[in-house]
Every structure is written in structure tokens, then in C-alpha cells.
Design a protein around this ligand. Structure first.
Ligand SMILES: *Cc1c(COP(=O)(O)O)cnc(C)c1O
Length: 392
């Protein structure tokens, strides 16, 4: 007979999913109610308001797509692109490549603006791309590139799109909850995120928001959206403000309890306090890693506090280290991706996982494993460096 599945208690310090708060796990186990139950409808309204708070927007069309971040990405592209549209896509890591794929599947022409993996999107290159392609109707970029740990200047990029009469699509999957995401101040038009990175929630839901300009473009589309499930005109009938909600799909009821709880936690902590916590723990981790003699892969001014790319020391067996961390310490960190595969580790400090306890746990485990590997690191210095950093 197949037995029930009981996962071990891991510490998730990779690129996501990250540790889920026990409060959120508790919310998941509450009794399921009908998705058109008046109490559930009230919960949906609260989630919408909480998402507006978290994303710093007044956008009416703000809701959680019932699927992971990739579906939120797709929702933005399929609703805003019509065949033949020119879309400027910035790529400085894995996720920009997925944006290109989305544009092409919508029948759009992707104009690529490429930057090195580990560097931010160049605002100047985007300006040049608009000059060469004045017909471009959309600019798409990743705010927090999880594959490299780099932050790009979302405010400047959104402003550039607006200046050229284009809409902006922003990937804020890894940024939301960890660093500032100010949709209205930026003038961003379509922003999607995910629940499993800095929101301390389970994977599988994707908050999205669309500006009034974006909604207008959706309402005036000449082509039907190619996806039935993600067609915002239909989803709006379910999540929209009208008194009568039409059945579209069955919302993942318990998952939304979880999202609600995680957003209530974010509200209790405060957005600025959450960003400050991510920054403080990031600085402590970097201080510890550098005290061990390891170096960071990204320049300090572009580093994401929630995703730390560390250079793998010469001669160290990447996979063996990650396996030892998982098997001996129940600790998950991420491998490098694409151009950085085998060259970096990605250490996440996301949401509930961004804690002093996890910083210390990770440094202790890494020190033990690297020493055993004969990596030539400095031992015994990391904890003092962490203490100094946290006291500063
Ligand atoms: C994780 C991630 C996604 C995809 O989210 P899923 O929930 O895995 O579908 C998209 N963009 C970025 C930047 C991410 O980090």
C-alpha cells in the first residue's frame, strides 16, 4: 500500500519556493467553503485590497491568477499583445527569454535588448531600441532577475515606456514583498508576481495588476485573447467589482486563505519594515560569506537582498556541496542557471525565510561542507562578521 507523504522539514534558501510561514500553513488547513459563498466573496474583496496595498496601486483590475507566476506572466502577454505588435523585450537572465517566447506565441515581433547575465537592464539600450522601433507598443522587463540576483531600474524603464506611448509589462515575481514595488509611482501598466518567493506563501498563485491604460487596451482588442482561461475580460466577471459574480473557474479556495494570511502578515509587518528586514539579513549573509573568503557575483549596487549569487570557489564540486547541504543539513540552496550554471550558487533570503536564524544556519552549514571539501575557506570568522553586520 502506498503510504501518506510526510516531507522532511527543510530550510528553503534557494530561488523559490521559499519557507512558508506556519501561519500560512495553518490557514491552508481551514475548512473549505464554496467559492461563491458570500463569505468567500468577501475574502476575495479583501485579497484584492491587500494586493493593492502590497503592490502600491489603486488599479481596479488587481487579482490573483489561480496558477503560478508563469501564468501571471502569460496573462499579461496574451491580454496586451495582438498579432503583429512590436514588443521590446529586455533580457539579462532566464526570465527575459521566457518573455520573448510569450511575445512570439502571441504573434508579436520581439525586439531584444540584451545585457550580460549579472548586469541590470541598460536603460540607454532600451532608449535606443525605442528610437529604432518607434512603433513598439510594449516594453517588457524583469524587475528582479532571479536567475542572477540582479535588480533593474523599474521606475526609469516604465517612465521610458510611457514617454514613447508604450505600455510596460513588469515581472515582479521575486521582488514583491522583498524590495520596493510601487506600481502607481512607476506608472507600470501590467505587473505580475508570485506567492512562493517573498510573500512567505505556498507556490501556485500569481498576483497581477493592470493599469487603466492597460484595461483600455484589453477592452479595445481587435483579436480575441488566445487563452480562454487567462482572458482578463472573462476573469473580470469573476473577480471584478460588479455585485453579481459569474462562474469562471473554481478558485483554489484554501490557497486563497493562505494568500490572504500571508498578505495580512505583510500588512502587520509593514512594507518598509519587510524590505528593511530583507536588506539587513542580506547584508549579514554577505558579511559572513566574505569573511569566509567567498565573493559575490553581482556588483553591490544591483544586488537583490532576497537572492544572493555567490561565486563557487575554484575546484569546488558545485553539485556535491548542494547535495551535502540538503542531505546533512536539510538546507536547500539554488544552482546557477544558464550562463551562470556551475559558476554560482543562489542563496535565497525570501519572505519568511529571510531571518537571522537562516543566515546563521546557512553559513554554519556551508562552512562545514566547504571545509570538508578542502575548499580553502577561512573558518570561524563568519559568525562574528554576521554579528557585527547586524549590530551596525
Ligand atoms: C519564479 C519566477 C517566475 C515563475 O514563477 P513560477 O511560480 O515558477 O511559475 C517568473 N519570473 C521570475 C523572475 C521568477 O523568479
Amino acid at each position: 500500500m502506498t503510504q501518506s507523504f510526510y516531507p522532511p522539514q527543510r530550510t528553503l534558501m534557494g530561488p523559490g519556493p521559499s519557507d512558508v510561514s506556519p501561519r500560512v500553513l495553518g490557514a491552508l488547513a481551514r475548512p473549505t467553503i464554496g467559492h461563491l459563498d458570500p463569505l468567500f466573496v468577501k475574502l476575495m474583496d479583501e485579497i484584492k485590497e491587500l494586493l493593492q496595498f502590497a503592490m502600491r496601486t489603486q488599479n481596479e483590475l488587481t487579482l490573483p491568477v489561480s496558477a503560478p507566476g508563469s501564468a501571471g506572466m502569460e496573462a499579461c502577454f496574451v491580454n496586451l499583445i495582438c498579432p503583429g505588435d512590436t514588443v521590446i523585450v529586455c533580457q539579462n537572465g532566464v526570465f527575459g527569454g521566457r518573455m520573448k517566447e510569450n511575445v512570439e506565441r502571441c504573434g508579436g515581433n520581439a525586439v531584444m535588448v540584451e545585457d550580460d547575465w549579472g548586469s541590470p537592464v541598460s536603460v540607454d539600450k532600451v532608449r535606443e531600441a525605442f528610437a529604432r522601433h518607434p512603433q513598439a507598443s510594449i516594453l517588457a522587463f524583469v524587475h528582479a532577475e532571479t536567475s542572477t540576483g540582479v535588480r533593474s531600474d523599474a521606475a526609469a524603464l516604465c517612465a521610458l515606456a510611457t514617454e514613447h506611448g508604450a505600455l510596460s509589462i513588469v515581472d515582479a515575481v521575486t521582488s514583491l514583498g522583498g524590495i520596493e514595488v510601487s506600481v502607481d509611482d512607476w506608472g507600470a501598466d501590467a505587473v505580475y508576481s508570485g506567492t512562493q518567493k517573498c510573500l512567505s506563501c505556498i507556490p501556485g498563485i500569481s498576483p497581477v495588476t493592470f493599469s487603466p491604460r492597460a484595461v483600455e487596451r484589453i477592452e479595445n482588442r481587435a483579436h480575441k485573447v488566445q487563452s480562454w482561461f487567462l482572458d482578463m475580460q472573462l476573469v473580470m466577471g469573476y473577480w471584478g467589482g460588479s455585485a453579481k459574480r459569474a462562474y469562471h473557474h473554481t478558485a483554489p479556495v484554501n490557497d486563497l486563505y493562505a494568500l490572504h494570511e500571508s498578505l495580512v502578515m505583510l500588512q502587520e509587518e509593514g512594507l518598509e519594515a519587510a524590505w528593511a528586514r530583507h536588506l539587513r539579513n542580506h547584508r549579514a549573509l554577505v558579511a559572513g560569506l566574505e569573511a569566509m573568503g567567498l565573493s559575490m557575483a553581482v556588483a553591490p549596487e544591483y544586488r537583490l537582498p532576497q537572492l544572493n549569487s555567490v561565486c563557487i570557489p575554484e575546484g569546488v564540486d558545485d553539485a556535491a556541496v548542494r547535495t551535502a547541504l540538503l542531505q546533512d543539513f536539510d538546507l536547500e540552496i539554488g544552482a546557477g542557471l544558464g550562463a551562470l550554471a556551475g559558476k554560482t550558487w543562489r542563496i535565497g533570503l525570501m519572505g519568511y525565510a529571510s531571518s537571522e536564524r537562516n543566515v546563521l544556519r546557512c553559513l554554519n552549514a556551508l562552512e562545514a561542507v566547504l571545509e570538508k571539501q578542502g575548499a580553502g575557506i577561512r573558518t570561524g570568522a563568519a559568525l562574528d562578521a554576521v554579528r557585527d553586520s547586524l549590530a551596525a
